[in-house]
Write a protein that binds this ligand. Structure first.
Ligand code: NI
Ligand code: CA
Length: 592
């Protein structure tokens, strides 16, 4: 048996450490620990503040997921105080959520996940014309697939490799035998990596137009902080609408013509990953990506193109159940928090964030068995079996997956036509079953399929709906009737569920005499990265690695298979444990 530590896991947001035990080329069943080593205290910082300001604080939970936290916050506060948000403000938020989600997925696929499958060093052996031809055979219609471009990219990568300074490609397992793409596919993928880096700016300009800036766009409880009026030059007018329309067209062109064929080709070559990385087979989703619901989703009105919030247990696509906010609880069994009531599940509106620093082990932690022999400790051997700052959320007592795959699974089970169409297309193209979607490759594929659905939705529905209403004279974006705290109940509480890039995000707020008394965020990465609960159930990251005792780990010194699986969730640790420990939880050297 070998004890393996991957710390930090790179190409994610924040710090994540994975400890696991392997033997004979596989990870042992139940022997994986997902460890968030970074404490953040934003929920605590919010106590005593004006709830109308909360969005600006929670937007800082993360440098990536800024606008999504802000929207979850204003929606939760509006639910508490009874704001009647104008339709156009909701339309703008939905445009922003969809655009941000697509940009996030594109960045994740090309810049955070692709290098687990693409070997840039192999690209310098490629014939540039063969790369152009390869792109054609996989159905890529991207305008960057030219001989000039592929030649230029090859020269750039060659110069990088020859200089010995790999720049953006450093730190990868370059040359690892687990890389299987032919050189021309690697060259094409590296070219698209660079194109996507350039291109993702267009997508986020959509968010900037309505939010004034990015990251950290401006928001407002009761509506939106921007003005919309085609007649006024200082408002969002026809000039901006034409620009946004063009960026949406380019976004759809990129995701359909470049991202989709690339993703299908890569998961097609690594098809064994449809049988690797299955995680907890329970899924929750409160609608398509971009859905924002104030209050309990079980009572929510369903948008025209949307599906009803739901839960799928045990991958049973024929048995979807309604989603009830009352069944969300968080456990601190394996986390460094203390609950007043002991080791119990706690509902977010009664949530507690009381860190217990006395029992948190101080780094350096053991990185190898040699370290352990010299007295350092592995995190999972810490006091009280606590090993992470991440709480463990459960739905109806069960660990669940959230995210693009969860949305596709629940939407499919609900019979959503566009989801069925694209999922069925992917299944038949790849020759896999729906059950195999619960896998490392399935999560990567789902993220891409969802980007296509969202880009089509944005172009054909969300943006036209907003423009038509605007042209019809609807320029109202703010409900002032509940702005003054004097209009609020002395005690009120509210919450909101928002479907964002990494999955289901909920914010929960209690207000007394106009001030926040308690604030809780249950974030997609918290759902996924949390550890064991009092029933001994492992969390979704842990399950994906150690659920069946079959996950491969060929060379424990180069755990590329672990990266492939963990990256398939698109981890955002900053979000998961919502100020870096001032005492200095230091970043460790990579791997042993
Ligand atoms: Ni985040
Ligand atoms: Ca939380």
């Amino acid at each position: 048996m070998a004890k393996i530590v991957v710390d930090p896991i790179t190409r994610i947001e924040g710090h994540l450490r994975i400890e696991l035990e392997s033997e004979g080329g596989v990870i042992l069943k139940d022997k994986a620990w997902s460890e968030t080593t970074q404490f953040r205290g934003l929920e605590t910082i919010l106590q005593g503040r004006d709830p109308r300001d909360a969005w600006a604080f929670v937007g800082r939970i993360c440098g990536v997921c800024t606008s999504v936290h802000a929207i979850a916050s204003i929606t939760a506060v509006e639910n508490a105080i009874g704001s009647n948000v104008p339709t156009q403000a909701k339309n703008i938020r939905q445009i922003m959520l969809e655009a941000q989600e697509i940009q996030d997925h594109v960045i994740h696929f090309y810049h955070l996940h692709a290098l687990d499958f693409v070997d840039p060093a192999s690209a310098i052996e490629a014939d540039p014309q063969a790369a152009v031809d390869f792109a054609k055979t996989i159905g890529s219609t991207w305008k960057g697939n030219t001989l000039e471009r592929m030649t230029a990219v090859k020269d750039t990568v060659k110069a990088l490799v020859e200089s010995g300074q790999l720049s953006i490609f450093s730190g990868g397992y370059i040359g690892h035998p687990a890389y299987k793409l032919p050189p021309e596919a690697n060259l094409m993928a590296v070219a698209h990596y660079l194109d996507a880096l350039e291109f993702q700016r267009s997508m986020i300009r959509i968010v900037t137009t309505f939010g004034g800036k990015n990251p950290h766009p401006n928001f407002l409880v009761g509506g939106m902080a921007c003005t919309i009026d085609p007649e006024h030059s200082e408002s969002i007018n026809q000039v901006q609408l034409d620009q946004v329309s063009k960026w949406i067209d380019e976004t759809l062109e990129f995701v359909e013509g470049c991202y989709l064929p690339d993703a299908l080709a890569i998961v097609g070559v690594y098809k064994e990953y449809f049988d690797i990385g299955a995680s907890s087979p329970n899924f929750i989703a409160t609608g398509l990506s971009g859905t924002a619901i104030g209050g309990n989703p079980k009572d929510a009105a369903i948008g025209e193109n949307n599906f009803k919030p739901g839960v799928v247990y045990d991958m049973n696509l024929g048995g979807v159940e309604d989603f009830d906010a009352d069944l969300v609880e968080e456990w601190a069994t394996s986390a460094w928090y203390t609950y007043a009531g002991g080791d119990v599940g706690v509902k977010p509106l009664a949530g507690e964030t009381v860190p217990t620093p006395a029992i948190v082990p101080r780094p350096p932690y053991a990185m190898s068995e040699e370290d352990a022999a010299s007295g350092k400790k592995f995190l999972n051997e810490s006091e009280q079996d606590k090993y992470t700052w991440c709480k463990a959320p459960r739905y109806n007592g069960k660990p669940v997956q959230v995210g693009p795959l969860a949305r596709l699974i629940v939407g499919y089970a609900r019979g959503h036509a566009e989801i069925k169409e694209i999922v069925d297309y992917a299944l038949s193209t790849l020759g896999i079953t729906a059950a195999q979607l619960n896998s490392t490759a399935g999560r990567a594929l789902a993220r891409c399929a969802e980007s296509v659905i969202s880009a089509r939705e944005l172009k054909n529905y969300t943006f036209p709906k907003f423009v038509a209403a605007l042209q019809g004279g609807d320029i109202d974006v703010f409900d002032a009737s509940k702005w003054d705290p004097e209009t609020w109940a002395a005690q009120c509480s509210g919450y909101a569920f928002v479907e964002v890039a990494r999955g289901n995000l909920s914010h929960w707020v209690n207000i007394e005499n106009g001030k926040i008394t308690n604030y809780q965020c249950v974030v997609p990465t918290t759902w996924l990265a949390g550890g064991r609960d009092a029933q001994g159930q492992i969390g979704p990251y842990e399950h994906s690695l150690a659920g069946d005792g079959k996950h491969p780990l060929v060379d424990p010194t180069k755990p590329v298979e672990v990266l492939r699986t963990i990256h398939s969730f698109d981890p955002c640790m900053s979000c998961a444990v919502h100020v870096l420990d001032a005492d200095g939880v230091e970043v460790q050297a990579v791997v042993s």
